[in-house]
Design a protein around this ligand. Structure first.
Ligand SMILES: Cc1cc2nc3c(=O)[nH]c(=O)nc-3n(C[C@H](O)[C@H](O)[C@H](O)COP(=O)(O)OP(=O)(O)OC[C@H]3O[C@@H](n4cnc5c(N)ncnc54)[C@H](O)[C@@H]3O)c2cc1C
Length: 351
């Protein structure tokens, strides 16, 4: 955002600053990641609802005269010509819309229809959990540890000003069983892991207030076909672990812009250009997903499989308590394995 010249305006939007990511694992409180000393403009995570961030991006993209945003347009298929993707078909309130393009970029997330219709092969790595997503009110000045793991329960809490955005993790595919056990049981489980929510857990009155977020971790073997490139979760669905999926999606977009801007201007994009984007982003993606898979297997799956108090082995506890290692983890989460920088001159002038 700084390199695009829009950081200051972004930070005027309501957000919460998180200089450290703290977790309570059993009886141990640890700093999972410390961002406060990162050599960046903003050594913290800025938390804001995704729709606010997307609206902000759309607003600023409008300064480019060739930018068009079609909302309420659901892509339903690809238009192909002689084995090459030449556009998309979308369902809109006004009927079917066809958009033709030199290049289609599939950035439609982890349930990507573009990926599905492209026939590109997916490697699925699995995830042991899904998330139940709900809100509970927050009292002024209240603070709480963002992540809690104990006795078969894991909860993530994001401070959104007047409410806590909570994700309660359940075993993969366990939503029906959770619902069968009843709302009262879920409320009791939330209080067990976060006792301070006792006085407001009754705000959850109906399952319609609780949204299931399905977690998956997968990756396309090849991210492109002639005329088509997938980026972000459409190319590699990320686990919520570490909160890095958005970073990777944005880094993919920057790499794609840096590599493709010139050939796009010359109307000369070839599969080699698209392969270059994949080559650039494959390593950081594989490493990040590798870390997520280790944490899913070693921590999340183990916590969800037991009702016992989680006690960390001493070496792991020491590692988690080390300030130096918490800064390294902050670097992995905050900057990633291969940070990208905006190189297209057009972005620096805003013209
Ligand atoms: C439970 C959960 C919690 C997470 N928490 C975090 C977190 O805290 N921090 C973090 O960095 N990452 C988090 N992640 C991962 C993160 O959400 C993704 O990695 C990231 O959003 C990927 O960005 P994207 O732009 O590729 O896709 P998305 O953010 O999913 O965006 C895809 C967009 O495409 C649109 N779209 C989808 N289908 C169509 C269609 N057919 N036609 C038109 N438009 C379409 C969608 O409306 C959406 O706007 C979480 C993931 C899960 C499952």
């Amino acid at each position: 955002m700084h390199e695009l010249g829009i950081l200051e305006i972004l930070l005027k939007r309501p957000h919460q600053k998180l200089p450290q990511l703290r977790a309570q694992i059993g009886s141990t409180e640890v700093v999972m990641a410390d961002f406060s000393r990162l050599p960046v403009q903003c050594p913290f995570i800025a938390l804001m609802p995704q729709w606010d961030f997307l609206n902000f991006l759309a607003e600023h993209a409008r300064r480019y005269s060739t930018f068009h945003l079609r909302t309420q347009a659901e892509v339903t298929g690809l238009i192909e010509d002689g084995g090459r993707v030449v556009g998309v078909r979308a369902k809109t309130p006004g009927g079917v819309l066809e958009v033709r393009a030199q290049l289609v970029v599939g950035a439609d997330g982890r349930n990507s229809i573009i990926r599905e219709r492209s026939g590109l092969q997916v490697e699925d790595f699995g995830a042991p959990m899904d998330g139940l997503w709900f809100r509970l009110s927050r009292k002024p000045g209240e603070s709480a540890t963002s992540l809690r793991f104990d006795r078969g329960k894991i909860v993530v809490m994001i401070d959104r000003g007047d409410y806590w955005q909570c994700a309660f993790l359940i075993p993969k595919g366990g939503n029906e069983a959770t619902q069968r056990r009843g709302l009262e049981r879920l409320r009791a489980s939330i209080v067990e892991i976060a006792p301070f929510l006792q006085d407001r857990v009754s705000e959850l009155q109906d399952w319609s207030e609780i949204k299931l977020l399905s977690v998956r971790v997968d990756r396309l073997r090849q991210w492109y076909r002639p005329g088509l490139l997938c980026i972000g979760d459409a190319a590699h669905a990320m686990s919520p672990i570490g909160g890095v999926g958005i970073n990777l999606a944005i880094q993919d977009a920057i790499a794609a812009a840096n590599i493709l801007a010139q050939p796009l201007r010359e109307d000369a994009v070839t599969p080699d250009h698209l392969a270059k984007v994949q080559r650039r982003r494959a390593l950081p993606t594989c490493l990040t997903q590798g870390f997520q898979l280790i944490i899913q297997k070693r921590l999340i799956a183990r916590v969800l499989a037991t009702t016992e108090r989680v006690e960390l082995p001493t070496p792991l506890r020491l590692m988690l308590r080390s300030k130096f290692l918490s800064r390294i983890r902050g670097r992995i989460v905050g900057i990633g394995f291969r940070p990208e920088h905006v190189k297209t001159p057009i972005s620096n002038t805003g013209g």
